[in-house]
Design a protein around this ligand. Sequence first.
Ligand code: COA
Length: 257
Amino acid sequence: MALIEISDLHPGVRQLLFNRPEKLNALSSPLMAEFDAALDAAEADDDVRVLILRGSGGKAFVAGADIAEYQGDKRAEFIAYQMNSRRVFDKLERLPKPVICVIDGFALGGGFEIALCCDILLVSPDAQLGLPEGRLGLSPGGGGTQRLVRAIGKYAASDLMLAGWRMSGQRAYELGLAAEVSDDLEGAALKRARACLKTAPLAQAEMKRLMREGVDAPIETAKSYEQEVLFRLYSTADGQEGIDAFLEKREPQFRGA
Ligand code: COA
């Protein structure tokens, strides 16, 4: 049975389902290897325009790294696992296509770190998100401390990490992390994915990069970079098509060029 179940839900929309429900979809090394390969395949396939990440079983998105692999002071393996997670999570963050993360139940540790690498988060009201590594005597290793503090600020992040608190889906929405709280996550995900299909792919890729790289750059540098991107997009076929379509009152046909 695949640990990452791949399905194309709608033309242009691919879902990757974390499929280890008996362990709340914990990120074992074999599961990480499948996730890594599935990300490569999604990136390489021009027919995939939007990615949806989801957990199977209804109880968890992903409950974190597989703690069973940590036991026994296997330092070399532990370091290799962490380096690999960092690489795969960075790959996810850099994917030049919109990634929607659907969180039904627990998104803890590495599961929350994965969510923090996605673009649009959809949550159930009673979802539980957190970075509880401190309760294991450890700390996050897949970028969680850094992405979380940039996303919600030091104080809300400290509540999760230092107090080991889990936040509800509702709270994630109030903090601006989640785009929507819904009892119908499947419907909400498809609605968002269809909306993403209407935005030009090159523009999406560039805007993702601008947000990611601009946030740590001096603002004047980032604004110059933003204009360079816009001037480049203006002269693309899709840029001209979007403008023409608006003025001709028709739907644009974007080709990713
Ligand atoms: N790694 C390995 N196994 C995990 C796991 C993880 N991160 N999270 C859950 N599991 C396993 C449990 O060991 C259990 O397996 P078992 O049935 O063989 O005993 C199964 O998944 C179900 O989890 P369980 O703890 O029984 O469910 P629960 O509803 O009582 O509690 C959680 C749910 C999420 C609160 C609890 O599983 C938990 O705290 N998980 C670890 C979260 C964490 O610290 N993540 C960061 C890791 S660095």
